[in-house]
Design a protein around this ligand. Structure first.
Ligand code: ZN
Ligand code: ZN
Length: 641
């Protein structure tokens, strides 16, 4: 038998007979490695431990610490889930079961939706199958045989997948007698390796995510190498559930939805107030910064979208209407309208940078099945702006934008990370132009003195970009701000400015938003603050609580003083016990509760209770107002309980 040479990551080599399974090489290195091995990379390709080595190769044994190991582990757990589901629901048809960022899911066609008791039973069954330590084994079947096999098992979706994706010989995996699936693998060697997993929830889904296809039930789960990591994750999920903006938004009466307008929030008075605060805040941030606010139409003739390129590439995501036999599209982004404004006048180099800000309403056609709270909506608005610059102004403009982004996130107490995405493989324009643009972005980022990551090749086809990810209070990342260079749109709209040389030049446009969409940013703020907004953002900043009926009049006079000073205050003059009123105000996350009784009424004072800080003692009304206004001016962070 011929020998082959296997080179290891530490540079050492081993000579083994051709056909030796990866597992044996690992075992030859150390018993510990054999115990921890889950799979292996052979020349960068991840394979099962049973994979036979036929030629010289570079080998990296995959242990829990290897990149990609967790995805392998979670995907293997998804198979275990499907094995449990098919054991308990023999009629279930299996779809697909990929790993996700936080775990995995598997889709099934079943007679009825899963209920929580089902999920508990499924997890129980998974534990049982894990305990039996059943082997994952790869079986290579001729395509026709594989199709016939899955057809006979009543798995038409698998037959379809094999037809679409399978080669002449099809890779299938068994978990001994418990389960068989069409899958390219790899997987962990046996179910006994799966130590810490949890079935989390189920939801409606569609085959291939398309509402035109068969309805399915998706089961979500998660898995970790260690029990402690799973427990931490579950605690984080529990915390996230408490902060869920859909729940908190309902409790705080910020917004609601109706099935007649899917994905389009109704902003209730307090929510509309918050929305307005953010909108005004952003206007304030831009004022004096050379921005000019514009308003553009909601409905545009198809010709605009053809010019911008959206008709070819984005039409399915747009709401289309007809008027006088002409097709129109609802505005899905502001850029094309801003191009028309730029083109509406002769522009000179002296006009640049020219910055148009627009908080206009946008509509995007999202499948109703994926709509979720304020984070996946059909109607929204962005704190959008387009900066038209000369090519040599890119760096300075981006530097200004970086400072603006930093200032905004600092005001909200949000930490963030920055990422530069460079020229992708498929790009439009000249390589030299890209190089100049990227180096200007880099220099701007370096000048800003903030650390940034570089995602090589992840830029848009029309230009490089800088993305910002905001970290919320429980460590989750939200993609918010973006700064995107665009050489294409000015070309499509044939934009020009007259240069100092009297010749015509093409401007570069920078698309940028800092909140992203107001809707999503409000969702982020609700979850970040858990509904307990800092004073400057709280829809109701103070509630005056008269102790008895006879203090109601004094309470109202306090409320009026607060209102006159510009504070958002309410009076709770209901004939309820003071303790009850305080509890309700706390549930509503009102920052200040101002109790008014005999003593306070006699001295023109209020007894101040601060959310998260408790009793602050009695203060003259004027002193409270001064302190509150100062807290608002400083945009002081919330103190949470
Ligand atoms: Zn698989
Ligand atoms: Zn844009």
């Amino acid at each position: 038998m011929s020998q082959i040479t296997v080179s290891m990551p530490d540079g050492s080599t081993r000579s083994v007979p051709a056909g030796t399974p990866v597992r044996d090489v690992a075992a030859g290195i150390s018993p510990r490695l054999a115990r921890e091995a889950l799979a292996a990379y052979v020349d960068e390709r991840m394979v099962d431990l049973s994979h036979p080595l036929e030629t010289d190769a570079a080998l990296t044994v995959v242990t829990p610490r290897t990149p990609g190991a967790l995805e392998l582990y979670r995907h293997s757990t998804a198979h275990l889930l499907a094995a449990a589901v098919t054991a308990l629901f023999p009629e279930a048809q299996c779809g697909i079961g990929p790993p996700t960022e936080d775990g995995f899911f598997y889709d099934f066609i079943v007679h009825r939706p899963f209920v929580p008791e089902d999920l508990a039973a499924i997890e129980e069954k998974m534990l049982e199958l894990a305990k039996r330590d059943l082997a994952y084994e790869r079986k290579m079947l001729p395509k026709a045989d594989a199709k016939a096999y899955f057809a006979g098992k009543g798995e038409p979706l698998k037959v379809q997948l094999i037809e679409e994706k399978g080669g002449d010989v099809v890779s299938c995996y068994t978990i001994e007698d418990a389960f068989i699936d069409f899958c390219t693998g790899p997987h962990v060697p046996s179910t006994g390796r799966l130590k810490a997993f949890k079935v989390l929830s189920s939801s409606n889904a569609y085959w291939k995510g398309d509402a035109a296809n068969q309805p399915m039930q998706r089961i979500y789960g998660t898995a970790f190498f260690k029990r402690s990591a799973l427990d931490e994750h579950l605690a984080r999920l529990e915390e996230a559930k408490k902060r869920d903006h859909r729940k908190v938004g309902r409790e705080l009466e910020l917004f609601t939805f109706h099935h007649w307008a899917p994905g389009a929030p109704f902003w209730l008075p307090k929510g509309a107030l918050l929305y307005g605060l953010l909108s005004d805040y952003m206007r304030g941030k831009l004022s004096g910064g050379g921005y000019q606010e514009v308003r553009t139409p909601l409905v545009f003739n198809k010709r605009l979208w053809e010019t911008s390129g959206h008709w070819d590439h984005y039409r399915e995501n747009m709401f289309l209407v007809e008027s006088e036999q002409e097709p129109f599209g609802l505005k899905a982004m502001n850029c094309p309208g801003h191009m028309l404004i730029f083109a509406s006048q002769v522009r000179s180099y002296r006009d640049l940078p020219l910055r148009f800000a627009d908080q206009g309403v946008l509509h995007r056609q999202e499948a109703s099945g994926v709509l979720s709270g304020l984070t996946r909506v059909r109607q929204f608005a962005q704190d959008d702006a387009h900066c038209f610059v000369a090519e040599d102004q890119i760096g300075a403009e981006v530097e200004r934008l970086l400072a603006l982004v930093d200032g905004v996130y600092t005001d909200f107490g949000l930490r963030y990370t920055t990422e530069l995405s460079t020229r992708p493989e498929k790009y439009l324009g000249e390589e030299a132009t890209w190089d100049r643009a990227e180096s200007q972005l880099r220099q701007a980022l370096e000048a800003a003195g903030r650390p940034f990551a570089v995602s090589e090749g992840e830029g848009n086809f029309y230009g490089p970009k800088i993305d910002f990810h905001v970290m919320d209070a429980i460590g989750r990342k939200w993609q918010c701000a973006t700064i995107q260079l665009d050489y294409q749109l000015p070309q499509r709209f044939n934009l020009k400015y007259v240069g100092a040389d009297n010749a015509e030049h093409r401007p570069v446009v920078i698309h940028r938003a800092i909140f992203g969409s107001f809707e999503r940013f409000i969702a982020l703020l609700i979850e970040h603050y858990a509904g307990a907004f800092p004073l400057w953002l709280a829809p109701v900043q103070a509630v005056v609580l008269p102790i008895a009926d006879r203090h109601a009049e004094y309470g109202e006079s306090v409320r009026q003083q607060l209102a006159a000073a510009g504070l958002r205050a309410e009076l709770d003059a209901r004939q309820e016990k003071i303790g009850y009123k305080i509890r309700e105000a706390q549930l509503a996350r009102v920052p200040y509760m101002l109790v008014a009784g005999d003593r306070e009424a006699a001295s023109g004072a209020v007894a101040v209770r601060a959310r998260g800080r408790g009793d602050q003692g009695a203060q003259p009304v004027g002193a409270f107002i001064e302190a509150a206004l100062d807290e608002i001016r400083r945009k002081a962070p919330a103190v949470n309980d």
